[in-house]
Write a protein that binds this ligand. Structure first.
Ligand SMILES: [Mg+2]
Length: 457
């Protein structure tokens, strides 16, 4: 399976494979995937610097570029970059060299859209490559990576790149192969040629092979092409494992850190609060987990007595810091009171104490198994009184800020509870309707609730 950081691994692996042939190039029949002269070069070091910067919010890229470059000083930087990273007051030097494109892969792994890739790629180029072509080269590769990651076809990727940038991408790989075979180090040539190698490729290895055969700056050509090919095809475990044997431990740790960073960004935490007499093991919980596999769905067993339940749930949310709290019926009433968070209340039961057919003294069986193994619960007059006391203060802490983060979904046939009017007084216009009764079935979940969750997260 492809991972988001395959663009970064693809670029680094491309650099390592291509490093054996820099300046000299290679003839097709002699090409070996990992030649004995392989090593990582400046392309890898600065790719890692950008990856580290992106996964450390609130930091400055320049500091990472300088720190890594000074530590791995003999990795093959250009003379201008060497001077820049040793300077006491480093200033961008208007470069349009292919260095901005060779280090940009992590931007493509992090960005969630073409627009974000354009913005972040520009930031990644600016400390050194502030020439318009230097910025453009980084942007084109970052955008290509985002589109490749999103499983766009090569035709779609090419069309978008042609729309955004004025590179000539209509040349064929054979045009390049049979053409002037040079050591070219500027974005204006390296970037479109790397893209053409990618468009002509049949696999990740084939793309690296084609990039190496068309530019004598082999490590950078294959790092740039490898970023896009890695995002498009993925990098096989076998190649990745081999490539990692060339890397210092701290580089692998940065790739792991970036992986965790981008995965966390995708995965949100959802706390689900169940209805009266139910539990964390209800069908709704199973269904939410099934239909939101990218997210973490947490569900506590809610204590029966509200005097215990409300502080328990506040504490639970503080500890889990959810991106969304969603509750149904009684759980919707509790969800509504978790003011710090985004919350969805499905048919919230705001007046439990008035539901004499539901909330009455006696001992009852839980509908679903509880984590603590309890099978029965007891309702006392005290507990009913505690509901009354809580209900007198349900809306006390609703203010202009937190009311915007709360939504209500109401079944048009809910005759059991129907608190829509009362809820709307505080939270209008955040009200949605669906066709159904009080109990939320899987169909309502699938057709109404899950799509609504996705728009909110
Ligand atoms: Mg290099």
């Amino acid at each position: 399976m492809k991972s988001r950081v395959d663009a970064v691994i693809g670029a680094i692996t491309g650099d390592i494979i291509g490093s054996a042939y820099e300046f000299v190039g290679v003839k097709a029949e002699k090409f070996k995937v990992f030649d004995q002269n392989c090593n990582f070069t400046d392309d890898t070091v600065l790719t890692i610097a950008v990856a580290d910067w992106l996964s450390s919010p609130g930091t400055r890229l320049q500091d990472f570029l300088i720190r890594y470059a000074r530590k791995y000083f003999d990795a093959g930087y250009g003379p201008m970059f060497r001077k820049w990273c040793l300077s006491s007051n480093p200033q961008p030097y208007n470069s349009c060299g292919n260095g901005s494109a060779m280090r940009v892969s992590a931007v493509g792994a992090v960005a969630n859209s073409v627009e974000e890739a354009m913005k972040l790629a520009k930031e990644s180029a600016l400390p050194t490559h502030n020439h318009p072509e230097g910025i453009k080269g980084a942007q084109a590769i970052a955008v290509a990576v985002v589109l490749a990651r999103q499983d766009k076809t090569k035709e779609e990727i090419k069309a978008t790149l042609q729309e955004l940038f004025d590179y000539d991408l209509d040349r064929t790989y054979l045009d390049l192969y049979n053409g002037k075979y040079t050591f070219n180090v500027i974005c204006q040539t390296t970037v479109p040629e790397a893209l053409i190698s990618f468009f002509a490729s049949e696999s990740y290895e084939d793309c690296i092979f084609k990039a190496v055969l068309t530019n004598k700056d082999t490590d950078t050509a294959s790092a740039v092409a490898g970023a896009v090919a890695g995002a498009y095809y993925g990098v096989s475990e076998k190649i990745k494992e081999k490539a990692f044997t060339y890397l210092p431990k701290e580089f692998i740790e940065v790739i792991d850190k970036l992986d965790k960073f981008v995965t966390k960004e995708e995965s949100k935490t959802i706390v689900y609060l169940h209805g009266f007499g139910s539990s964390s093991m209800s069908n709704t919980v199973k269904f939410l987990k099934k239909f939101l596999p990218q997210h973490k769905v947490l569900a506590p067993d809610i204590p029966v007595d509200p005097a215990e339940a409300l502080p328990f749930l506040r504490d639970y949310c503080r500890k889990t810091n959810p991106d969304l709290v969603i509750g149904t019926s009684m759980g919707g009433m509790y969800a509504m009171q978790m003011h710090e968070y985004k919350r969805i209340c499905v048919n919230p039961a705001l007046r439990m104490s008035e539901l004499s057919k539901v909330l009455m003294p006696g001992t009852f069986e839980f509908f679903n198994p509880r984590l603590d193994g309890e099978t029965h619960f007891t309702i006392t007059e005290d507990i009913i009184q505690h509901f009354r006391e809580m209900e007198a203060h349900l809306f006390d802490n609703v203010n202009d800020d937190n009311r915007q983060r709360c939504w209500g979904l109401f079944g048009d046939e809910d005759t059991t509870v129907n608190c829509k009017e009362e809820f709307s007084r505080y939270f209008s216009p955040n009200i949605g309707d669906f066709h159904g009764g009080h109990r939320m079935n899987n169909n309502i979940l699938k057709e109404t609730v899950i799509p609504f969750i996705s728009t909110i997260l």
